[in-house]
Design a protein around this ligand. Structure first.
Ligand SMILES: Cc1cc2nc3c(=O)[nH]c(=O)nc-3n(C[C@H](O)[C@H](O)[C@H](O)COP(=O)(O)OP(=O)(O)OC[C@H]3O[C@@H](n4cnc5c(N)ncnc54)[C@H](O)[C@@H]3O)c2cc1C
Length: 389
């Protein structure tokens, strides 16, 4: 394990810093956090700037439209963009951080050529259609059915908690292509499809969150035709493809946010000094402990990246579950502390970015797999403990 940066990596950092310093002041004002279509336009505009400057898909393979940079350069990119307060990946989250990498690693040459460049250019938004009303943690229980009809699958069923569905162009969709039977266990009959969100038969019903935003939705599918050519991986091999998607989602998708959390922590300390809360020694200790925790999470990220670079696989390992587990709790603690710094007035001010972030932090221990599920994974697959059921 080597956590030091090479001279080449440091000069990459310097070029990026210079570009950020020049570019960030030119950005339009951020949209209202509750204006989801406005946020899509803003996020994709930022992605386009990254693309034009050669910073999109940095660590993606060159034949997938990326720059073929090392995972460490990608880490530097995350570090510097977050430190500079650059826009978050936002609406492009699924496409850029897990659907795209899954297609890059599991898709055919045609699929890579069709779907990856528009993600990098900021032209197309993806959503994730995995969860169903009775299939969340136990994802393999999903019931959305796909029948083969000529060159198409005909898909019927429903999905829930589909983030960005309202503004998405494509959905990474899990369907059951073979019914469960004595011969076919539930995770053996699943396929991974790329579904165009404008296909006839799709109804998106937005769900309003605690914070008032409609960033996720129920999605109803009534005989939606999806070309067989849109299947990534073999028919009925979707569970294996899904494990690749989830390893990206848990292993790398949140790492940039750790830097953002460290920035928020600094902002909180400054705010506390201004409004007198800094005199509270208990609060100061709390902020100090969080600072150590986010520092450790960043080191853990560097270690994970260094290990995947050494192994040469590129696909993050189950160590991502350790990160996801601890990060989601630390993030909740950070925004609880923000509530203390801002006081009751701040907590009631729903327009305040920290208040919205505080409310959304509550979902982090559920999204991308609950903490209990991450604990099961750590226990069974890292510590080698016996299965609980
Ligand atoms: C903000 C947010 C965004 C999301 N975005 C998406 C999205 O874009 N696409 C998508 O497909 N899904 C999305 N989800 C759904 C998310 O993946 C599921 O909510 C999650 O997997 C949990 O499933 P569930 O809600 O069905 O809970 P359940 O599986 O019903 O779990 C309920 C409780 O039981 C516990 N539990 C269940 N099984 C076990 C077990 N074996 N051992 C121990 N405890 C267990 C769980 O940990 C949890 O506490 C999102 C969720 C959130 C909160």
């Amino acid at each position: 394990m080597d956590l030091t940066y090479t001279q080449e990596e440091e000069s990459f950092r310097a070029g990026l810093r210079e570009w950020l310093a020049r570019t960030l002041p030119q950005l339009p004002p951020r949209p209202d956090p509750l204006d989801w279509p406005g946020r899509r336009a803003y996020d994709m505009g930022w992605q386009r700037r990254l693309y034009d400057a050669g910073y999109a898909g940095l660590h993606w393979p060159v034949d997938a439209g990326g720059r073929g940079a090392t995972p460490t350069q990608h880490l530097i990119f995350l570090e510097e963009t977050e430190k500079a307060g650059a826009p978050y990946v936002g609406a492009n989250f699924v496409g850029l951080l897990h659907a795209g990498p899954t297609i890059a690693s599991e898709g055919t040459a045609e699929q890579r050529a069709r779907w990856l460049p528009p993600v990098l250019r900021g032209d197309e938004v993806w959503c994730q259609g995995f969860s169903e009303p009775d299939a969340g943690s136990d994802l393999a229980s999903l019931r959305t059915r796909a029948w083969r009809d000529g060159d198409d699958y005909v898909v019927s069923g429903s999905k829930i908690w589909t983030s960005h569905a309202e503004v998405a162009d494509w959905c990474e969709l899990l369907v059951r292509t073979t019914p469960v039977s004595d011969d076919v266990p539930k995770h053996r009959g699943i396929s991974w499809l790329a579904m165009p969100m404008d296909a006839p038969g799709i109804t998106v019903r937005p769900l309003r969150t605690l914070a008032g935003s409609t960033e996720f939705a129920e999605v109803f599918l009534d005989e939606v035709r999806v070309p067989v050519a849109n299947r990534v991986g073999a028919e009925n091999d979707g569970w294996r493809v899904t494990m690749v998607t989830l390893s990206y989602e848990r292993g790398t998708a949140f790492v940039g946010e750790v830097v953002a959390c460290r920035r928020v922590l600094g902002d909180l300390a400054r705010e506390a000094r201004k409004n007198g809360r800094w005199d509270d020694a208990v609060l100061r200790r709390r902020l100090g402990r969080l600072s150590a925790e986010f520092g450790a999470l960043w080191r853990l990220t560097q270690w994970n990246v260094s290990e995947s670079q050494r192994a040469g696989s590129g696909v993050p390992g189950v160590g991502g579950s350790v990160f996801k587990l601890r990060y989601s709790h630390a993030r909740q603690e950070l925004y609880e502390a923000a509530g203390e710094v801002l006081g009751p007035a701040g907590a009631l001010d729903l327009g305040h970015e920290w208040t919205l972030d505080r409310l959304s932090s509550l979902s982090y221990t559920i999204a991308a797999g609950t903490s209990q599920i991450q604990q099961n994974i750590v226990a069974e697959r890292i510590l080698g403990l016996p299965k609980g059921r």
